[in-house]
Design a protein around this ligand. Structure first.
Ligand code: ITT
Length: 208
């Protein structure tokens, strides 16, 4: 039987690469937005990760006519009152680079002890179907902000975030290891398990 098709609603290639690996379970055909030109942008106007994940997935369904999964992720630093959170992509200003964001966090935490450097990566995945069904899944990864950048792998805040239990930053881990423990991996694994059980129970391959 033909595999159900799902669109991953992101223009961030780094994220798409991780998500493809996480969803590589054989029961789905996974496409990115680049497979459905022309490109478009979604203004992430939501005040929460949940709002933005839903905005992105709904728009992808409108544009492609296919079932879509999107995620919105953010780094919540305890000593910064949970910032940058939903504003993680542009923390150092519009058009800023990953390195600019990392420098800003390190500057704001300068001189703080390990116990004051606690942080949490949170990811919310939204599943939206052309029939209008919507589901949310969450993944969390606790850890610390280290004192200087370490490692070359990954993207975004990976060189300054040390996940609990690893003793090194996300950027020092292989993608395979990051995909076993990351906030995004946990959220997408939950979404994948849900899709798998829905498809198993539905001969028409729709979700509940
Ligand atoms: P899309 O909206 O197109 O999916 P985005 O880059 O805006 O891409 P998010 O809003 O989900 O993605 O994430 C906001 C930022 O948080 C992202 O640009 C990174 O700087 C950071 N981030 C998210 N996940 C991360 C991860 O696994 N490791 C390091 N940084 C991450």
């Amino acid at each position: 039987m033909k595999k159900p098709l799902i669109v991953i609603a992101t223009h961030n290639r780094d994220k798409l690469r991780e998500i493809r690996r996480i969803l590589n379970q054989g029961f789905l055909t996974v496409r990115g937005l680049d497979d459905f030109p022309p490109p478009y942008t979604v203004r992430e106007t939501g005040k929460t990760l949940e709002d933005n994940a839903l905005l992105k997935a709904r728009k992808a369904v409108q544009r492609t006519g296919q079932m879509a999964l999107s995620d919105d992720s953010g780094l919540e630093v305890a000593a910064l009152g949970g910032r940058p959170g939903v504003y993680s992509a542009r923390f150092a200003g519009s058009g800023c680079s990953y390195a600019d964001n990392n420098r800003k966090i390190l500057r704001l935490l300068k001189g703080k002890k390990r116990s004051q450097r606690r942080a949490l990566f949170r990811c919310v995945v939204a599943l939206v179907t052309p029939e209008g069904k919507e589901r949310l899944f969450q993944g969390r990864c606790p850890g610390w902000i280290v004192e200087e950048v370490h490692g070359q792998e990954g993207f975004g805040y990976d060189p300054i975030f040390e996940p609990k239990g690893e003793g090194c930053t996300f950027a020092e881990l292989s993608l395979a290891r990051k995909n076993e423990i990351s906030h995004r991996a946990l959220a997408f694994q939950r979404a994948a398990a849900y899709l798998k059980s829905s498809f198993r129970q539905s001969p028409k391959r729709t979700v509940r």
